[in-house]
Design a protein around this ligand. Structure first.
Ligand code: G3P
Length: 412
């Protein structure tokens, strides 16, 4: 009888189908282990369910946790076995060709990999090819260019742009794209104590001032805070350009009945002459403690399988999440995938862009709740209930209070 293990994940729709397919491939590749993937709702719901299950001692072997929840799960005492330890304890050699941004994001202060990178993404700019042609414009490289072309798209009957998740794209990746420090203590990596947000700063406030002006002028669409809220109006052709996850590529190919393409996340030339690479997004898999050795071995075998080239390339091609190892990226190139579908390479190219001091990642506990504060305050800016200055003061204050509370949970 194979050893049974469970994976809780947040991959719905086309992503859920691809997750099930990867699990089936693993199960078919050997007879010792059997992995059952279970969909637990969106990222926030999956993390909440996991924490509740951990308290009740009913947690799964492996859980998928998104970037924003990484510090919370890593900081939950005794909850997680670092992926690198799990793999080495199972007698498997730990590979060292993870692409740098991926390895950093889920590593501890000593560089040990705690989370197993799985679905790694980055925000990119998708565009409706016909809409841009109609308006006679090219996709923008910078926000300055966006300001120049947006009126023509509006004129042609489109909402020029929308984006999928404000804190992710217009805060976290705003910081990385411009190499701006995001939090003290080296973006939080040096420890929870004393870590404070550095978002109440001119470049970010300038950006939100602009976005509010664009919304008021009908040059930008804001459809809500839900993960899918801003994707739907792009899919139905109302919005011409959409900032979204590279991991949405596979789903869009299934659902969009128009020709679309993709390019890099714009940056402000006024803030940086050249852009920097963005943070790794998406989620990683965490092995949870408290299970028998044979189940931990099964989890290690699954992690090893996931990093090998074939499942990696399959997953990348099906979903748009980036290849996480150099080997998988090379394999996709050798297969001619990017000659066939050049837009599929945008995410990985962007992640391998210019390195700076502040764009390797961030580590902030209770960051999921900080995102809620941001979403609420950004909504208040757009509705005119709060000025940009007021909103950022509140984000700074409430955010730092959450960081302080998290630090208290870490000091024992
Ligand atoms: O939509 P995903 O899976 O690429 O994730 C985007 C963000 O990184 C999640 O916080």
């Amino acid at each position: 009888e194979p050893v049974e293990i469970e994976l809780w994940h947040a991959m719905g729709g086309a992503l859920g189908e691809a997750t099930n397919a990867v699990a089936e491939q693993f199960n078919a590749s050997q007879d010792a282990y059997n992995l059952t993937p279970i969909y637990k709702g969106n990222y926030e719901e999956t993390l909440t369910a996991t924490i509740a299950a951990f308290r009740a001692g009913e947690h799964p072997n492996i859980v998928q946790v998104f970037d924003a929840g990484a510090a919370t799960i890593i900081g939950a005492e005794g909850a997680v076995i670092p992926a690198q330890d799990l793999i080495e304890q199972a007698g498997i050699e730990f590979r060292d060709d993870y692409i740098p941004g991926v390895a950093n994001f889920y590593a501890d202060a000593d560089g040990k990999m705690v989370g197993m990178p799985f679905n790694s993404s980055t925000p990119i700019l998708y565009y409706n090819v016909e809409a841009l042609e109609e308006a006679g414009v090219e996709p923008p490289t910078t926000w300055e260019e966006f300001e120049q072309i947006a009126p023509a798209l509006k004129e042609a009957g489109y909402v020029p742009m929308a984006q999928s998740h404000l804190p992710w794209i217009f805060t976290e990746n705003f910081m990385s794209r411009h190499n701006l420090q995001f939090a003290t203590n080296a973006n939080g990596y040096e420890g929870a104590e004393g870590t404070e947000l550095l978002v109440n700063v001119e470049p970010l406030k300038m950006h939100f001032t602009k976005v509010k002006e664009w919304i008021d002028a009908g040059l930008f669409g804001y459809y809500g805070t839900g993960w899918g809220d801003n994707q739907a109006p792009f899919e139905n052709g109302e919005v011409a350009m959409w900032l979204g996850s590279s991991g949405s590529f596979g789903g869009l190919r299934q659902s969009a009945d128009f020709d679309f393409s993709a390019t890099f996340l714009p940056y402000w030339e006024a803030v940086t002459e050249e852009p920097y690479h963005t943070f790794i997004g998406g989620a990683a898999l965490f092995a949870m403690s408290g299970h028998p050795d044979e189940e931990n071995e099964a989890a290690a075998a699954f992690f090893e399988f996931l990093s090998s080239a074939d499942p990696q390339v399959f997953w990348h091609r099906e979903t748009g999440y980036v290849p996480i190892t150099a080997e998988a990226y090379e394999t996709a190139k050798e297969q001619g995938y990017y000659d066939e579908v050049p837009q599929a390479e945008v995410g990985i190219q962007q992640l391998q862009g210019r390195a700076g001091e502040w764009n390797n990642g961030y580590r902030m506990g209770f960051y999921v709740q900080i995102r809620d504060v941001m979403n609420r305050e950004y909504g208040r800016i757009f509705s005119g209930e709060a000025t940009v200055d007021e909103a950022f003061e509140i984000i700074e204050e409430e955010g730092n209070r959450l960081l302080e509370r998290f630090a208290q949970t870490q000091s024992g």
